[in-house]
Design a binder for this molecule. Structure first.
Ligand SMILES: Nc1ncnc2c1ncn2[C@@H]1O[C@H](COP(=O)(O)OP(=O)(O)OP(=O)(O)O)[C@@H](O)[C@H]1O
Ligand SMILES: [Mg+2]
Length: 212
């Protein structure tokens, strides 16, 4: 069973947005997907509740209550949505099963600074030090021709953590969440720019490079 976690201690950077879209991507590819929500805010589980019955099923797991105990044995992939403010022993416990950790980062000085602090802490967690999980960053909600996007791009390129993709700010993410689907399930004429931006991330997630 493949385990991908979306994680950043910084709130509001797009963890639930990425987690639901990663789950939707693998489900549309025919995988048996479980989406484990570690956040009592339940954004990922609420998204599953909105999911139309004619879409590939994604199994919701209330991981904030019982961890991964209720993940079905038949699942090929578990995508975990982490809560904000995960630090210390709680962080160590949270990443216990993760093989791949995707860290979304917003173009904002506060977010870049918080992420720098977080990556430093994450790298010191035993599981990461021992290379039992791979980490990568993803720029999220980027807007072309803004100075802060240039700064974020430069910052993420310089960190020693692989920087895999940059996703634009788009209403498609809001639209898709509202309908309980991912951007991969929106019509091509609307979502093709987002599909293109996701390609490096989905490619990375499908290959050995993202696995320990
Ligand atoms: N690429 C994007 N384009 C437009 N809106 C986005 C994008 N990514 C995220 N959002 C919006 O930003 C807000 C925060 O995103 P999200 O809830 O996914 O972040 P989070 O990291 O899970 O937050 P929390 O720390 O509260 O769990 C949401 O309203 C979401 O719809
Ligand atoms: Mg969230």
């Amino acid at each position: 069973m493949r385990h991908i976690m979306v994680l950043n201690a910084k709130g509001g950077c797009g963890k639930s947005t990425l987690a639901t879209n990663i789950a939707s991507y693998f489900a549309t590819e025919g995988a048996n997907v479980a989406l484990a929500d570690y956040d009592p805010q339940r954004s990922s589980l609420d998204w599953i509740d909105r999911r139309p019955a004619n879409r590939p099923e994604i199994h919701g797991v209330s991981a904030y209550e019982g961890g991964l105990r209720h993940v079905p044995r038949s699942a090929d992939i578990v995508v975990s949505d982490a809560p904000a403010r995960s630090h210390g022993p709680e962080l160590t416990d949270l990443v216990r099963h993760a093989e791949t950790i995707v860290v979304p980062v917003l173009p904002s000085t506060i977010d870049m600074q918080a992420t720098a602090n977080f990556l430093k802490e994450l790298k010191s967690v035993g599981r990461i030090e021992r290379k039992q999980a791979k980490i990568a960053t993803v720029a999220n909600r980027v807007r072309d021709n803004t100075l802060i996007w240039d700064e974020l791009d430069e910052y993420l390129s310089k960190t020693r953590v692989p920087y895999i993709a940059a996703l634009r700010e788009a209403q498609n993410y809001i639209r898709a969440y509202t309908r309980g689907i991912g951007i991969f399930e929106l019509p091509e004429y609307l979502a093709w720019p987002d599909w293109e931006e996701w390609e490096p991330l989905t490619d990375w997630l499908r290959t050995k490079r993202s696995q320990p």
